[in-house]
Write a protein that binds this ligand. Structure first.
Ligand SMILES: Cc1ncc(COP(=O)(O)O)c(C=O)c1O
Length: 385
C-alpha cells in the first residue's frame, strides 16, 4: 500500500496492493466467493459490513478491495470508492443515494444518453425533477437553483459534444448553497483531472473505458469525500450492487497501465485532430485541447492532459456520414470507448435547452494503433465523399 504517497503514476502501480491481500504475489488474486466462514457465532455477530473486512461477498473480497483502494489512492481528499458492475450503475446509485422524492437535480444538457434516460424515467417516477442546464453555464448555475434543488450532476468534457465545464466554479456555487456535486469524470480519469481537489463531492468513472482499457469488461466506480462515502457505500449495498472478482481483477490489471496508455491516446488523438482540422471536408473539430472546442479555456486551466475521445463535423450530409464511417477499415463501429482499439460513431446529440456546437458529428476514439495508419484510413474515406 502506498498510503497516498508518490506521484499519480506511482500510485497507479502500487495502490491497493496490500501485503495481507496479495501474500507473496505481485497482484491480489481472484478470490471467488459468496459465503465467508466465521470461527464462531460471536465472531459472526461482531462483524460489520465494511470494505476490507470479510463478511459476505456482496461486500467484496481482497480482489475488489484492492481495486477500490487503488482508485481512492488516485484522488487526493477521497475517503473511499464504491464499485459497480457498469459505469451507468456508478451514476445511478450515487444519484439515488443523494436524492429523494421532492428533490430537484440539475443535469448538463449534453449528458450521456442513458443518464438522461434514467433522469427522465426512473428519477421522475421516484419523485425527483430534473432540470437541464447549458453545460457552459459556469457560475451562472446559481440562477437555476431552487429550494428543492439537492444536487448538480456534471460531465466534463461531455462525451459526445466535448464541452469542458467550469467544474471548480460550479462546485463553489454548490458548496455555498449546500448542494452535492457529482461528476462523470470518465474522459479525464483522476490522472488528467483530480476531481475531488477541484471541489467535486462524488467522482464517477465508467471504468469500462480507460481503467479496463481492453474492451473486455463492464465496470464502474464512484469515489467520494468523507461526507458522502459511507452513505454511498451502504446505499449501494442496500441496492445489491457488487462486482464479480474476475471483473475487479481485470479492472486492477488495466489500471496499472492506464498512465502509459493515456499518454499514447493523447499523443495520437491530438495528431489526428490537428490533421482533421486541415481537411476541406471537415468543419469544426471538437477536441478539448484545441481552441475550437467549447470550454477549451477550462481545459487549459484545470486539466493535466487530454485523452483519446473527440468529435468532428463532417460537412457532407447525413447519408454521406454513414458511408464515411462504413468505409473506415481500422475503426470499429460500436458503443463504448477507452479500449486499445479505435472506434468511429456518427452521433446525434439530444438537447433540450442548448444547441450542439456543430451538426453532422462523427465521434472518434483513437486507440493505440500507429496514428499514421489511422490518418491514412480517414484520408481514404474522406477522399470518397
Ligand atoms: C461518459 C460516459 N459515462 C458513462 C458511461 C456508461 O458506462 P458503461 O458503458 O460502463 O455503463 C459511458 C458509456 O459509454 C460514457 O460514455
Amino acid at each position: 500500500m502506498t498510503d497516498g504517497k508518490g506521484r499519480p503514476e506511482t500510485r497507479l502501480v502500487h495502490g491497493g496492493r496490500r501485503r495481507e491481500w496479495r501474500g507473496r504475489l505481485v497482484n491480489p488474486p481472484v478470490e471467488r466467493a459468496s459465503t465467508i466462514l466465521f470461527d464462531s457465532v460471536a465472531d459472526l455477530k461482531r462483524n460489520r459490513p465494511q470494505l476490507g473486512t470479510y463478511r459476505y461477498a456482496l461486500q467484496g473480497t481482497a480482489t475488489q478491495w484492492a481495486l477500490a483502494e487503488a482508485l481512492t489512492d488516485l484522488e487526493a481528499g477521497a475517503a473511499g470508492t464504491a464499485l459497480y458492475s457498469s459505469g451507468l450503475a456508478a451514476i445511478t446509485a450515487p444519484l439515488m443515494t443523494v436524492l429523494g422524492p421532492g428533490d430537484e437535480l440539475l443535469v448538463p444538457d449534453n449528458v450521456y444518453g442513458p443518464t438522461r434516460h434514467f433522469c427522465d424515467t426512473f428519477l421522475k417516477r421516484y419523485g425527483v425533477a430534473t432540470r437541464y442546464y447549458d453545460p457552459l453555464i459556469g457560475k451562472e448555475i446559481g440562477g437555476l437553483v431552487s429550494e428543492r434543488t439537492r444536487a448538480i450532476l456534471l460531465e466534463s468534457p461531455g462525451s459526445l459534444t466535448m464541452e469542458v465545464q467550469d467544474v471548480p466554479g460550479i462546485c463553489a456555487v454548490a458548496r455555498d448553497r449546500d448542494l452535492v456535486t457529482l461528476l462523470d469524470n470518465t474522459w479525464a480519469t483522476p490522472l488528467l483531472f483530480p476531481a475531488i481537489s477541484h471541489g467535486v463531492d462524488i467522482t464517477i468513472l465508467a471504468a469500462t473505458k480507460y481503467v479496463g482499457g481492453h474492451a473486455d469488461v463492464m465496470l464502474g466506480s464512484a469515489t467520494a469525500t468523507a461526507d458522502h462515502y459511507d452513505r454511498l457505500q451502504h446505499v449501494s449495498w442496500d441496492l445489491g450492487h457488487s462486482v464479480s472478482p474476475d471483473d475487479a481483477w481485470l479492472g486492477s490489471r488495466g489500471l496499472r497501465t492506464m498512465g502509459v496508455r493515456l499518454k499514447q491516446h493523447e499523443e495520437s488523438a491530438l495528431k489526428i485532430a490537428e490533421w482533421l482540422k486541415g481537411q476541406s471536408q471537415v468543419g469544426r473539430v471538437l477536441h478539448p485541447a484545441l481552441p475550437d472546442c467549447p470550454g477549451h479555456g477550462h481545459w487549459r486551466r484545470d486539466f493535466k492532459g487530454s485523452s483519446g475521445l473527440f468529435s468532428f463535423e463532417l460537412k457532407a450530409g447525413n447519408e454521406a456520414r454513414a458511408a464515411f464511417v462504413d468505409r473506415l477499415e481500422l475503426f470499429g463501429i460500436g458503443y463504448s470507448w477507452g479500449g486499445y482499439e479505435s472506434l468511429a460513431l456518427p452521433i446525434d446529440p439530444h438537447r433540450t435547452v442548448s444547441e450542439a456546437p456543430a451538426p453532422n458529428l462523427v465521434r472518434l476514439h483513437i486507440g493505440l494503433e500507429d496514428p499514421d495508419d489511422l490518418i491514412e484510413d480517414l484520408a481514404n474515406s474522406l477522399s470518397k465523399l
